[in-house]
Design a protein around this ligand. Structure first.
Ligand SMILES: Cc1ncc(C[n+]2csc(CCOP(=O)(O)OP(=O)(O)O)c2C)c(N)n1
Ligand SMILES: [Mg+2]
Length: 204
């Protein structure tokens, strides 16, 4: 599932996308939100997985309209879609959850909630904590359970990679949409990425 990469509890973001890549069924759709989700999937999904249709939307600015696009992607595809999105991208498009009851194909939304913009930790500004947190990470304390309840969507909050794999597989077998929120530690993700990059040996 997560290959030889370190697996932690709560799950790290790399292992989450690798689990999705290893589990998603052939013929379904994979919608990748902007920021880290699309980059982590591109960098770390193991090759040789099921053949799926992949959708994205660069957006007007980037993280806008990702949920609405995932819903349109599912309608166009006519089959179940797994959408992997960051918390800020989901917060930016909350009203689009209203679409999910209106479409006949299920959408399984996996929200990687690292409580802010994790991608910015890959920039040199990360070293300047006083400006980094308020101006770049834009942290928050929001969870998504009440949103799922408001829009009548099944909600899951797995705490380990094992639990996530189980919940995700169960959701895939359901004909209803689901919202799976995984709370992660964005500093840990940044450290993990930096460790992995440090281990890459380029030979020419
Ligand atoms: C509409 C819009 N607002 C702001 C930005 C700037 N921006 C780019 S990535 C990002 C952070 C996204 O956070 P999240 O969706 O939680 O993903 P993460 O970086 O944590 O993976 C922001 C705010 C943008 N691209 N589009
Ligand atoms: Mg985030």
């Amino acid at each position: 599932m997560a290959g030889n990469l370190p697996v932690s509890t709560p799950p790290d973001e790399i292992s989450i996308v690798r689990t999705i890549a290893a589990t998603i069924p052939a013929g379904s759709g994979l919608f990748l939100g902007n920021s880290l989700p699309i980059r982590l999937m591109d960098s770390f999904a193991e090759p040789g997985g099921a053949l799926v249709s992949v959708g994205t939307n660069r957006g007007a600015s980037g993280i806008d309209g990702n949920l609405a696009t995932a819903a349109g992607f599912a309608v166009g595809l006519g089959s179940a879609v797994t959408a992997v999105l960051g918390d800020l991208a989901v917060l930016h498009d909350l009203n689009s959850f209203a679409l999910f009851k209106k479409i006949s194909t299920p959408l399984h939304i996996v929200v990687i909630n690292n409580f802010g913009g994790g991608i910015f930790q890959l920039l040199p500004i990360f070293d300047y904590k006083d400006v980094f947190e308020p101006c770049f990470a834009t942290p928050h304390n929001y969870h998504f359970e009440a949103i799922a309840k408001m829009f009548d969507i099944a909600y899951f909050n797995p705490n380990s990679l094992h639990e996530f794999a189980q919940v995700y597989s169960e959701s895939l077998s359901s004909s209803s949409s689901s919202l799976i929120e995984i709370r992660t530690d964005r500093e840990k993700c940044a450290r993990l990425l930096s460790d992995l990059h440090g281990k890459i040996i380029v030979s020419v």
